[in-house]
Write a protein that binds this ligand. Structure first.
Ligand code: ZN
Length: 284
């Protein structure tokens, strides 16, 4: 192992003529951190999940539940695929910050988001996130805390200390486009305050319930102090999204999304960049 050995220092000015023993500083142990290529020209898939669980036979009769729920086996297979493909996992707050400040992001990045705050995010998804050392963001409906089958504050504290970031998904998950001005403001301001006070971390963004928003809703999100807001659909996050930070896109992962479809969705950003590079090559 290489070690840095500084030259002996002779303190002439102080009248001292003996050289102190050289100090050997050892390099820290552990594997070196791989270099991550950064780019100003990114196309990042932000994946939108809800539940990560196996459904009971009764639950499986519901098309809505089947659509919202990815099995733990499928979720792990998807995480492994992204790891093998060399994706860097980001929190949505890192993407928002880069957009806001015009900074670069990793060349091949992805973000996992989980909406609503189901308990299986802690019991099923979190062990997989930990196993593969992967970051994720939970968009939490704050009224859901400590409700049956929903995350407890204790779950949230445990996850928040281990690379799971919490952002707002409002207080009660209403259709914000139908909310009165006062209710709209409350949903946005209160949920931010509750999360920040409860978890001691900064909340920078909100995901619109069911992806529903309009101009009044996005302006209210800005007024409530959010840096960004996330909708449903719209492809990958690209630098041009900085012009509309309250309409950031996400890609749904459905219960029926098989691994081939998943690969297509998660590789969509990489393909956009490759296509741009090909076009740039043809033009030059
Ligand atoms: Zn939701």
């Amino acid at each position: 192992m290489r070690a840095w050995i500084p030259l002996p220092i002779v303190c002439v000015a102080a009248g001292c003529t003996t050289a102190p023993d050289p100090v050997v500083i050892k390099e820290p142990l552990g594997p070196p951190t791989p270099e991550i290529a950064m780019t100003q020209d990114y196309a990042i898939p932000v994946l939108m999940y809800h539940r990560v669980c196996d459904l009971t036979p009764d639950e499986a009769k519901s098309p809505i539940l089947r659509d919202l729920s990815v099995s733990p086996k499928d979720f792990e297979e998807q995480v492994v695929l992204m790891k093998q493909e060399g994706f860097t996992f980001l929190h949505v707050s890192e993407i928002e910050k880069a957009l806001n400040e015009g900074k670069p992001l990793p060349e091949k990045a992805v973000a996992i988001t989980l909406d609503d705050g189901y308990r299986d995010n802690f019991t099923e998804a979190f062990p997989i996130l930990k196993k593969y050392n992967v970051k994720a963001t939970i968009f939490m409906v704050t009224n859901n805390f400590d409700r049956p089958n929903r995350l407890s504050w204790s779950d949230a504290h445990t996850m928040n200390s281990r690379a799971v970031s919490f952002q707002s998904h409002t207080v009660s998950h209403p259709d914000l486009t139908n909310a009165s001005d006062e209710a709209l403001r409350n949903e946005l301001v209160e949920s931010k305050l509750i999360l920040e006070k409860g978890l001691g971390s900064t909340v920078t963004s909100v995901a619109y319930p069911a992806g529903a928003f309009d101009r009044r809703v996005s302006m209210a999100a800005e007024d409530a102090g959010y840096l960004a807001a996330w909708k449903k659909g719209g492809g990958t996050v690209q630098p041009y999204c900085a012009a509309n930070p309250y309409e950031l896109p996400r890609i749904r992962v459905h219960g029926r999304t098989d691994i081939d479809k998943f690969r297509q969705r998660v590789m969509s950003g990489t393909e956009i960049l490759a296509m741009r590079a090909r076009l740039a090559g043809q033009e030059s």
